[in-house]
Design a protein around this ligand. Structure first.
Ligand code: SAM
Ligand code: SF4
Length: 342
């Protein structure tokens, strides 16, 4: 392609990727049962993980050459990445060709966030999602295999106080474990001033223990919430949804919104604008992709930015139309969620 041809991440189904999910590490300090086995996983060797410099260079190629407008830092647990504040500062200095700062978001389990959130916001973080599945200490321990509920709640309070807005909370419901807490979580979110989103459990756990019959579906979540709340569809929310995975509902006549991410029963692949970079520099066009494109090798071999960008374009062209979870031939990806970046 001639150097002067502007590049965009368009796939063969006409979707344009503008949101880059970057996994900063595959390591984690929790062991959520729907994500990781109790003993953890064989972590990526340090020399395979992209350095800050490499990561900022790849992100810069995305923002400056390929139309990336937003970035979300995730993992594993991104707060475990040494020097995260410095990395956020460097990513926040990137500019699109039009001179705009790309939106910068973080998804975290919230442990240790209380003492870091202000520095992250000062470094240029715009938005934050924190994961919390239960308000009960014993259930938290059962679900995450760690006794850290108080740390997470402290992190959420600090995020709200920091002014990052809206603070979004991700909850996965597990049948017979925390599904009865769904209405309590909504009431709590209203009180604390955060936007709660329930995510259907997806087949991305390292143990391959996901069973469709165990998954709490979006319909069931609606039924659980209807016991205490009226969820109202607001046409303005629908019009503003775009590529957002969550379908939002107003809680009664209040301004509170609750989101439902029906990734399995109501896939939103047709509107997907995401592309993913793993912490070891592999590009993935979908959480469920079974193929990856290596960007770390060419980067370390000295390939020029423009050539890396063209590789990236070719990878995105091959993005499949959907995740295929509901096809009989579906095969779970080899990498678990924690190593892809959720
Ligand atoms: N450690 C951070 C956290 O938990 O927020 C970031 C990474 S985690 C993989 C990102 C999100 O994926 C979390 O909200 C988590 O609840 C969700 N998640 C993990 N495994 C999942 C699964 N099997 N199905 C649905 N969501 C899952
Ligand atoms: Fe860790 Fe997040 Fe996976 Fe839980 S969901 S084990 S916090 S990476």
């Amino acid at each position: 392609m001639p150097e002067s041809t502007p590049l965009r991440l368009v796939d063969s189904h006409g979707r344009v990727a503008t949101d880059l999910r970057i996994s900063l590490t595959d390591r984690c300090n929790l062991r959520c049962t729907y994500c990781m086995p109790a003993e953890g996983l064989p972590w990526l060797p340090k020399d395979e993980v992209l350095s800050d410099e490499e990561l900022v260079r790849l992100a810069g190629i995305g923002v400056e050459h390929l139309g990336i407008l937003t970035m979300r830092l995730t993992g594993g647990e991104p707060l475990l990445r040494p020097g995260l504040e410095g990395l956020v500062e460097k990513l926040a200095r990137l500019r699109t060709p039009a001179g705009h700062k790309p939106g910068l978001a973080l998804t975290t389990n919230g442990i240790g966030l209380a003492r870091r959130v202000d520095a992250l916001a000062d470094a240029g973080l715009d938005r934050i999602n924190i994961s919390l599945d239960t308000l009960d200490q014993q259930t938290f321990q059962t679900l995450t295999r760690r006794d850290r509920l108080a740390d997470v709640l402290e992190g959420i309070d600090a995020a709200v106080a920091s002014g990052l807005s809206p603070v979004k909370i991700n909850s996965v419901l597990m049948r017979g474990v925390n599904d009865h807490e769904a209405p309590d979580l909504v009431a709590w979110a209203g009180k604390v001033g955060v936007q709660l989103r329930f995510i259907e459990q997806m087949p991305l756990d390292a143990q391959h223990g996901w069973r469709r019959s165990d998954m709490v579906t979006a319909d069931e979540i609606h039924a659980l919430l209807a016991e205490r709340f009226e969820l109202v569809e607001d046409p303005a929310d629908r019009a503003a949804r775009g590529a957002a995975p969550a379908e939002l509902f107003r809680v009664g006549s209040t301004p509170q919104r609750v989101g439902i991410i029906a990734a399995v029963t109501k896939p939103f692949c047709g509107a997907c604008d995401r592309v993913r970079l793993t912490s070891d520099g592999q590009l993935r066009t979908c959480l469920f992709a079974r193929e990856e494109s290596d960007l770390r090798g060419p980067l370390r071999d000295g390939m020029a930015d423009r050539d890396i960008a063209e590789r990236w374009v070719i990878a995105v062209q091959g993005k499949l139309p959907g995740h295929g979870i509901n096809d009989p031939s579906f095969l779970q990806p080899d990498r678990p969620m924690s190593a892809i970046g959720g």
